[in-house]
Design a protein around this ligand. Structure first.
Ligand SMILES: [Fe+2]
Ligand SMILES: [Fe+2]
Length: 190
């Protein structure tokens, strides 16, 4: 993946990769006759990932800003983080294994876009592992009497990076998969 398309730095995907996007404007997706259960489900999953990522960031902010103490924090944080990361990992696995190969088979012009999305999944997985590692460090530090506040800052930075990468990826993936399903019909990829 060239630097111009790297998830961490890009600001959307170009029209030559999202070659169906102009024909299917986002605001009209749900009105299209081919917009069915799979399109709806895909967007719904993405929306819940955004919500779950936001919830984790909110809990970290509550802890950093003193609205949650070190006793209450893990009870909120651990289940929210597990739910978010588990959902994210499961979603990407099924896309890589089941859905993306079917999109690639629709048209040779899909290849570049799905190479890009798969590269995104690797970048997001790396950020997920880093976030998980710093979360473990943070949880272990809670019982230490002279806790270093930088452990929280480090984890907050990692979680924020993961969220930023994920939000970019979700929007760009929608620009590829929804127009493709409207053009070719959901049944070709469902
Ligand atoms: Fe994805
Ligand atoms: Fe997705």
């Amino acid at each position: 993946m060239s630097d111009a398309h790297a998830l961490a730095t890009r600001d959307g995907i170009t029209d030559d990769i999202a070659y169906l996007r102009a024909a299917y404007p986002r605001g009209d997706w749900a009105k299209h006759v081919n917009f069915g259960q799979l399109c709806d489900f895909w967007l719904h999953v993405h929306q819940s990932l955004r919500t779950e990522g936001g919830a984790v960031e909110g809990i970290i902010a509550d802890f950093r800003e003193g609205r949650l103490d070190a006793q209450a924090f893990p009870h909120r944080f651990v289940p929210a983080l597990n739910q978010f990361l588990g959902h994210l990992d499961g979603h990407h696995r099924i896309e890589d294994a089941v859905y993306f190969p079917k999109f690639r088979a629709l048209d040779p012009r899909m290849q570049r876009g799905f190479d890009l999305l798969e590269a995104d999944h690797h970048a997001i997985h790396d950020a997920l592992e880093t976030t998980l590692g710093s979360a473990r460090g943070l949880l272990a530090s809670l019982s230490e009497p002279n806790r270093d506040a930088r452990v929280v800052d480090t984890h907050a930075d990692h979680a924020a990076l993961l969220t930023r990468l994920l939000l970019r990826h979700l929007a760009d993936e929608e620009d590829l998969v929804i127009p493709a399903m409207l053009e070719h019909g959901e049944r070709r990829v469902g």
